[in-house]
Design a protein around this ligand. Sequence first.
Ligand code: ADP
Ligand code: ASP
Ligand code: MG
Length: 457
Amino acid sequence: MIANGSDGLFLPARTPCMIGRVIVMKFGGTSVGDAKSIRQVAAIVRQHLARRPVLVVSAHAGVTDELLAVAQKAPMGQADTEAIAARHRTILGELGLPTDLLDPLLDDLHDLARGLRLVGAVSNKALDLLASFGERCSARTVAAALRKEGIPATAVDAFAAGLRTDSAFGRARPLPDDGRIARNLAQVDGVPVLTGFIAADEQGNVTTLGRNGSDYSAALFGVALGVEEIQIWKDVDGVRTADPRLVPGALPIRSMSFGEVCELASFGSKVLHPAAMVPAMQRSIPLRVRSTLEPEAAGTVIEAGPVAARPPVRAIAHRAAVALLTTTSQRLVPQHAFLAKVFAELAELQCDVGPVAVADSAVTFAIEPAAADAAAARLATFAEVCIERDQAVVGVVGDPQAIASGVAAAALATLATKGIAVRCAGQGALASTFAFVVAAGALRETVALLHARFFPG
Ligand code: ADP
Ligand code: ASP
Ligand code: MG
């Protein structure tokens, strides 16, 4: 299935601009969500041709969710891909491209859905293969749209480019590149349009890097090509002091350190995938978040090194839907081993948790709702477990000293004036975030209150 040029040779880890590509430009789901947005992408790419861009694209907005919904319906015998196929054909038609351009892929997708219906159960491996169709279709459509606008371009599946991962389907981790990505892309005619989000394991099975993973793909390709800059084009003009969907008046942030954005992302801000910072940070390649709606705006530059004159609070992050799980020891496990046992079980289930609050014989943590039942069942074998759903995580990200010496207290006092109950409160391990859990119903008010408190006027 995979056409790659891997010959097993290990070249030096950094392969500086082997094909003279200078920037990676990643366009997310909304930026390639319909024909109008894709035309706008073509106009932006045209302006950057002198910098020899490599594109990385997401699936059209919403398509990954629709593909995953197909898998959910498979056990009920209802998996159907007609609506997804129709959406792609509509976009092709509106772009003036042949509406049968994607038929070979859409036929494969149809056959896969039929197979899942017949089998009635969907493995993580099959789920990744299913999800991969979103990016594979959109890369072909975007490349064709560029060609129609007179910009030579070729769609390239990330696995054909040589992006390899382990076999942790659904959340695969990249394996080291041996220079094959740069060699493979050197063969590509015109602007390569790579699929974000997907890769393949060493056996050739399609894998995905986790939801929102196209930012991560962009960083991995940027590092593999040794580019000057990785541009992440979104529907927002950079990183703001809060999610503009919750706080319309959130302020743009012009420059941030990698560490600050990592904190923002890991405490829930959807603006960038948390792992995307790591490869770029290791190679000191600046990331720039820019807006397809306002292409002239400078956006936010994220780079290594200290950011001058940091304000005490940089931004308010949130994660909208979490469950809170409280595990209380019933003394079936000796007290000194209790916490170790709780976290060993969570590690075995590959659950990410946090924030965490620990008492003598109890531990409370936030967890993805989809993972809560499995975790609770495991922990209930040696402790009493209580799940509270419809919770949300909020993180106040800022200067570690400020967080410790007043920001945390000010945040709690502000929320207390409105009677908002705060759970699981504490500083993150890097000390630059004060994070806590509130009821989901209080999320919007909590973020707005904190934004008004820390970014007045
Ligand atoms: P893409 O599909 O391009 O990857 P996403 O929808 O994943 O885009 O991420 C962009 C969204 O992130 C924005 O529309 C915005 O609502 C949200 N967001 C969350 N926190 C922030 C923040 N601090 N600054 C800017 N946008 C944010
Ligand atoms: N299409 C994938 C998702 O929706 C990856 C991405 O958009 O970054 O999660
Ligand atoms: Mg995203």
